[in-house]
Write a protein that binds this ligand. Structure first.
Ligand code: BG6
Length: 477
């Protein structure tokens, strides 16, 4: 089957990883502004002493990012040249509400996103907006303790209503919380909680999820009341999971991994109710559902305002093994797990598995029966600029080509796939390493890990490849 005519080819970014201008035009700090750059950033934030402060001993590459704030016209023109039908970006909540708990929005922040949206629409590019992409206003993390605090529901509701009301006439696609399930391993990014504010107590993580589910339902309500044609998606990491072998014990563990990691959040956000296995999951962490603060009104809201589609990131698959074999572990995105001997991996140990994407698409559609949107996928790699100025990123083309073929396979299986927006369509700061040198883009940005560079943009070989893919609607790979 060919790709549908309406297929949303495009690319994806997040405010905190590319905008820069972190203190410009009234913007408040977000949690990402105090997370140091460098490969130890995850360890530092997860340490017992981390306390949401800028520390002069570290660098913070995202403060400048790739300065999209001042280059958005040039960048969107390049996206248009590739033929993008959609551009997924996030709104930095702290540009609109600098602390997060104000009543009046910052008009300068709204004006910036108005300009970005207008620029996209000028080229016929559909904006796909993520409301929260690992960039909670810092004040809400430092003073309210992050998402375990129910007051954040009201603050998010007001923020979502403000931007949906302002932009909902022009923007048809909205996503609520980026990779909401990542809090299973990294509650500081998605939930703004650190060791000092209870991130290591799983009950807090599950309470924070509940609060986010309710907040997400309010965003769905605001969007549908604004215009029933607006579509809102959740956003999860989907890591297609395999049991290590046919041993039923490993098969059961893989099923439990799927429930706990891949499905728990989506079950609530798509089906509108907590899944049957919830209690056994909570008990595994030493609490029960009765310990969570969930009111009947909130549960009714979840039921009524479930999302319209599922969006997800897919970079790799994972393997579950609990029978004590001493197999090599992978570095993995968020996950770790056992190495799959059938797969190659990226320089960062992310196992490359295009067939896993087809399996994931089939599994998600079988389970939820709603349209699916792949809003992140791609290969992080160190690119080199040849003496003639060219960037020959054939490895990236190979990765993307095999994943587009996998989507084609899922379409043949009858799965309604709405679109494909590869991650970091222009080079930006990496979320896990906080560095520029892990690049995903079709567009190269001259900036290194030490903050040296002209910020000049240039087209990689993959730029021309993707342009041809879009022009042929996926026929010419
Ligand atoms: C996803 C995130 O986990 O993966 C992005 O939504 C992130 O924010 C992307 O950048 C790639 O990860 P990384 O660590 O290579 O930047």
């Amino acid at each position: 089957m060919s790709f549908p005519k309406s297929f949303l080819w495009g690319g994806a970014t997040a405010a905190n990883q590319l905008e820069g201008a972190y203190d410009v035009d009234g913007r408040g700090l977000s949690i990402d502004d105090v997370i140091p750059g460098g490969k130890d950033r995850m360890k530092i934030v997860q340490g017992p002493d981390f306390d949401w402060k800028i520390d002069p001993q570290y660098t913070y590459p995202n403060h400048e990012g790739i300065d999209f704030y001042h280059h958005y016209k040039e960048d969107i023109a390049l996206f248009a040249e590739m033929g993008f039908k959609a551009y997924r970006f996030s709104i930095s909540w702290s540009r609109i509400f600098p602390q997060g708990d104000e009543v009046q929005p910052n008009e300068k922040g709204l004006a910036f996103y108005q300009n970005v949206i207008d620029e996209c629409l000028k080229y016929g590019i559909e904006p796909v907006i993520t409301l929260s992409h690992y960039e909670l206003p810092l004040y809400l993390a430092a003073h309210y303790g992050g998402w375990k605090n129910k007051q954040l529901i009201g603050f998010f509701k007001h923020y979502a209503e403000t931007v949906i009301d302002r932009f909902g006439d022009q923007v048809k696609y909205w996503l609520t919380f980026n990779e909401i399930n990542s809090a299973a391993g990294f509650p500081f990014m998605g939930q703004g909680m650190i060791a000092k504010t209870g991130a290591n107590d799983k009950k807090n993580v599950f309470q924070a999820w509940h609060n986010q589910f309710v907040a997400s339902a309010y965003a769905v309500k605001a969007a549908h009341e604004k215009d029933p044609a607006i579509q809102v998606g959740n956003m999860i990491i989907y890591a297609t999971n395999y049991a290590y072998d046919a041993n039923p014990v490993n098969q059961l563990a893989a099923l439990k991994f799927n429930q706990g990691f891949n499905y728990y959040c989506a079950d609530v956000q798509v089906r509108g109710e907590y899944p049957a296995y919830s209690e056994s999951l909570y008990q595994q962490y030493g609490f029960t559902g009765a310990d969570l603060d969930r009111t009947p009104e909130e549960l009714a809201l979840l039921k009524k305002y479930h999302v319209d589609f599922i969006s997800f990131s897919y970079y790799m698959s994972s393997v579950t093994e609990v029978t004590g074999k001493d197999d090599e572990k992978t570095a993995g995105n968020m996950l770790g797990g056992v190495k799959n001997p059938f797969l190659k991996e990226s320089e960062w140990g992310w196992q490359i598995d295009p067939v896993g994407l087809r399996i994931g698409l089939d599994q998600l559609y079988d389970r939820y029966r709603v349209p699916l949107f792949i809003v992140e996928n791609g290969l992080g790699a160190k690119d080199t600029v040849a003496p003639d100025g060219k960037i020959n990123d054939d490895y990236r083309i190979d990765y993307l080509k095999s994943h587009v073929e996998a989507i084609q396979g899922a379409l043949d299986d009858g799965v309604p796939v709405m679109g494909y927006t590869p991650w970091g369509c222009i080079d930006l700061v990496s979320a896990s390493t906080g560095e520029m040198s892990k690049r995903y883009g079709f567009i190269y940005v001259d900036m290194d890990d030490q903050g040296h560079g002209t910020l000049a943009r240039s087209k990689k070989k993959s730029f021309y490849w993707y342009k041809q893919v879009i022009a042929s609607n996926g026929d010419d790979l």
